[in-house]
Structures are given as C-alpha cells and as structure tokens.
Design a binder for this molecule. Sequence first.
Ligand code: FDP
Length: 337
Amino acid sequence: MRIDNHVTTIERFIMEREREFPEATGELSNLLYDLCLAAKVIAAAIRRAGLVDVLGSAQQVNIQGEEQQKLDVFANEAIKQALCHTGRVAVMASEEDEKPIEVPPNYPVGKYVVLFDPLDGSSNIDSNASVGTIFSIFRRVTPPGQGNLRDLLQPGREQVVAGYMIYGSSTMLVYTTGQGVHGFTLEPTIGEFVLSHARIETPPCGKYYSVNESNYARWSRGIQMAVRGFKGDLQDRIAGKNSRYIGSFVADFHRNLVNGGIFLYPADSKNTQGKLRLLYEANPMAFIAEQAGGAATDGTTRILDLEPRGLHERTPLVIGSRDDVEFVQTMLAEAGE
Ligand code: FDP
C-alpha cells in the first residue's frame, strides 16, 4: 500500500497558520474543530437519509420507538451540541431558531459569536441533491457574561471566519479567516478533512449564471436586463453564459466559486427583500466571495457593509465573479434602480 505523507489535515493546516500569530490563543482554531465535528455528524446523517425510511418501514418504528427527526432539526441540534458547552461561544443564532441561543446555565461563556444556517437547501434533501451548512463567526462586542443581540447584529465586514460545508458527491468544508479561501474534503476512510483546494480564486468573469428564472416576470427591469445579458441577448455588452441552478444556495455558490459564475436572488414583487438571509447566508458567502477575488452586493451596496437590523432579515443578493457582479450593478444603475 502506498502511504501519502503529503496529506494536510485541517488540524495541521489551522495549526500551521496559528503559529504565524503569536498572540493567538488557539480558541478560534478549536471552534473550527468543533464545527468540523458537527459537519461529520451531519454528513453521516445525510448519507443515510434515504435509508431511514427503508429501515423504519421494515421495523414499523425506529429502534428507540421515536419518530425520525427531520434532518434540518437534526443539523441544528448537532451544531448547538458541538458548540454550546465548550466555553468558546458567547451567543449563537440559527436560521432555525427565532431567538438568540444562549450558553446553557452553568457552562462557561466565551468570546466568539456564531451564526449558522444548519441545513441550507433542505427542500432538496428528498431528491438527493447537494445541501450544505453555512457559518459566520464574529468576536463579541459586549462585556463578559452572556452575549446578546448586539453581538449578533454586527455588519459582515467584522466577521473573523466564514465558511460552509457542502454535502455532495463528497463532503467538503470551505472557509476563510480573511487570508484566502481554502477547501478541505472529508476523507471517509480516515474521517478527516484533508486539504484539497488550497487558496481558491474565482475567475473575474464566470462561466455560469444561477438564478430562479421562474421569477422573471416579477423582477425589476434592471434585473431582467442583466439576466438577458447572461442569456446572450446583449452580445454587444456581455457574452452569454451557461445556466446552472440547483436551488440549493451552497451548491450553486460552490460551483460558481470554483469555476467562475454569478448567483442572483434578487428582490421581486412577491419577495420584496429577496429570499436569502443576510446573517446566515449572504454575509458569510460574501466574505468568502471577496476573499476569493469575487464580489457580493444587494444590487447597490456591498453586502459586508449592510447594517443588520434583525436576526432573520432578508436581502437581495448578487454574488460571484467580480465582472459579472459589476455588470448587474451597471444594468441596475442604467435602469435607475
Ligand atoms: P431552501 O428553501 O431549500 O432552504 O434560502 C434557502 C434556499 O433553499 C437556498 O438554498 C436556495 O438557493 C433558495 O432557497 C431556493 O429558492 P427558490 O426555490 O425560490 O429558487
């Protein structure tokens, strides 16, 4: 058997980077390992998603005699369990929970603030398409003690780490600490995330555009024109692109990040603020996009500069290759939007 000594596990990668910062306490690294553990737990549950019913129907009820939890509830609990008791977190917020998640009584409270979408694209689970988890980490801004809403409602430019896990043909974890974007693939035989995509850079002009075109009639004129450009209708302004839309943000974003492309979920006459959440989806992916050389805006303002007003606020989102995002902004400006 050939043994590859050059494998870099995520632990080694993070430790090597930590050494470059003598003031680092290792707490943030440990928080990332906690998230890796949650990712493995969620990935294992997703891998068995189709089997749960098969096993259940053979025995009528599952082994504990309980109804199987929905996977998004399961993922939400898995992340909370991995982070709540470690003393690294001040407060958390999840797309699945209405209110901030406090550290349980009698457990130490830490200095980091974590926001997450536990299972993004979960409407795709039943059809076996890729789904993901998205996370965003800030430093607390309130004095020691339980963290609160003020810690959670910071603008995206204050993020210290952002990342996502994608549960696809393989499980990957992609993250940034503001020094480039790095991707790790879960090697199932050893149960470790290993470096597979060092320093991801997204091409300035993408191959793909990803948008739910069934909303076309409800879009503003500027968005309609931009999408017509991507379809190849405005050859004097921009070359046409290939269309790819899974309807699972992490999966659409990941493909575009690696190959170049643009994802849009604009406002429309029904979803006047778009659909995606600023804190759990737009902010972390905007940090990653920018770190990979791309861009992210709500059409006029840089996503990372938006001042959040509520935990579950939505925002229009245009994200991906820099020139393509700029093209959308130009079309919106020309339409006076
Ligand atoms: P889902 O509802 O399946 O969780 O924000 C959630 C999200 O999926 C994104 O992952 C996805 O990009 C978008 O919604 C899909 O929305 P449409 O079905 O309206 O296209």
